[in-house]
Design a protein around this ligand. Structure first.
Ligand code: SF4
Length: 369
């Protein structure tokens, strides 16, 4: 495409995105055109759309606890929890339920409204899942939203978690399909999509995003967001992580992404998934207040709060409070969890009824008489 054609494509895309439509038909050219816009145009459009769906001064606050650390058989090139890399990380068994609930209470006291439980698995065993569902129901009983990230799950496992009161399941696609094999070889992009579908069918809200700064090109970032935006439903939460480089992992020493490019990715995520919470996720430790402020201006409206993000550092909770004060931000109240859950159950019942009706049509009843 010539430069003038690219500019025209960007302008057309800009006019369309400013309307804030929820779309699932993004083309590769449209997604890439957003990244070509002049920075000021992009940020203004993102902030305009953000205000159509959210209070611009509210930020949803989540806390993440690693309930089972390290020893993972997968080979994600960014991850210190992979058993394949020597990162000095201490492996820890699945935590006790009471300990996790006590951590959730402490997080709630500090203002967190969502409690995310992360475990380093390819897939959880059924025995571990029983303990985790106990954690989910007890944390849910505290009045917090619950989220889990446990690797690949089948439909039955997803339904078990939904029945225990899980609100969100996190399963990131990490990067673009074309770049996926450069980062992970022990599973495929399609495996990721299968779990997302199982989770969606179980009526759970999906939390799904990716990582920036792994050596991908701008086009890969656009393709990753396009894959998310073209899902049957946009993820309720879209975490955008900046790679945290950990010595011992293959991506250690990778050239860092420029903050402006990171902010562009946040803005494009806001424009492509206007009603989703876009989470400024891992990598905040390496960002100054100005970059974080730009991210909020570009439409980020969710953060992780607390001093650990699974196994990498996160800004101190007090530093976050100061940043909120400086920017006049306030934490978003707990969402309409019950309503969402009922809606999730309803979706599952509708899907089951639809499947039964189709089976009825396919196999005529054999009459007893
Ligand atoms: S990102 Fe998850 S699946 Fe990949 S190695 Fe780390 S814990 Fe395992």
């Amino acid at each position: 495409m010539s430069v003038s054609q690219q500019t025209a494509q960007s302008q057309t895309t800009l006019e369309r995105v400013r309307r804030g439509e929820i779309r699932h038909d993004w083309t590769a050219e449209e997604a890439r055109a957003l990244f070509e816009l002049p920075f000021n145009e992009l940020i203004f459009a993102a902030q305009t759309v953000h205000r159509q769906y959210f209070d611009p001064n509210e930020v949803q606050v989540s806390t993440l606890l690693s309930i089972k650390t390290g020893g993972c058989p997968e080979d994600c090139a960014y991850c210190p929890q992979s058993a394949r890399y020597d990162t000095g990380l201490e492996k820890e068994k699945l935590m006790d339920v009471n300990f996790v609930v006590a951590q959730a209470k402490a997080a709630k006291a500090k203002g967190a409204t969502r409690f995310c439980m992360g475990a380093a698995y390819r897939s959880p065993t059924d025995k571990h899942l029983d303990r985790i569902t106990d954690m989910i129901s007890q944390v849910r009983a505290l009045g917090m939203e619950t989220c889990a990230t446990l690797g690949m799950v089948n439909r039955e496992q997803a339904e078990k978690m939904a029945d225990a009161g899980l609100d969100y399941y996190n399963h990131n696609i990490d990067t673009a399909e074309d770049f996926y094999g450069d980062i992970i070889t022990t599973r495929t992009f399609d495996d990721r999509m299968d779990t997302l579908e199982n989770v969606r069918q179980a009526g759970l809200n999906v939390c799904c995003g990716g990582i920036v700064g792994m050596g991908e090109e701008t086009g890969h970032r656009a393709d990753m967001l396009r894959a998310l935006a073209n899902l049957p439903q946009h993820p309720g939460s879209v975490p955008i992580n900046q790679l945290v480089q950990v010595p011992g992992t293959p991506l250690y020493g990778q050239e860092e992404v420029h903050p402006v490019e990171f902010v562009r990715t946040i803005a494009a995520a806001r424009l492509m998934m206007p009603a989703s919470h876009v989470r400024l996720s891992a990598g905040r430790t390496d960002m100054n207040d100005e970059t974080q402020a730009l991210c909020f201006l570009a439409g980020a409206n969710s953060i992780f709060y607390g001093d650990k993000l699974l196994t990498t550092d996160n800004p101190e909770a007090d530093a976050d409070q100061q940043l909120f004060q400086r920017l006049g931000l306030r934490p978003e109240a707990v969402g309409r969890v019950e309503e969402r859950r009922e809606c999730g159950r309803g979706k599952r019942e509708d899907a089951a009824a639809e499947a039964a009706a189709q089976a009825d049509q396919a196999e005529p009843h054999v009459r007893a008489d």
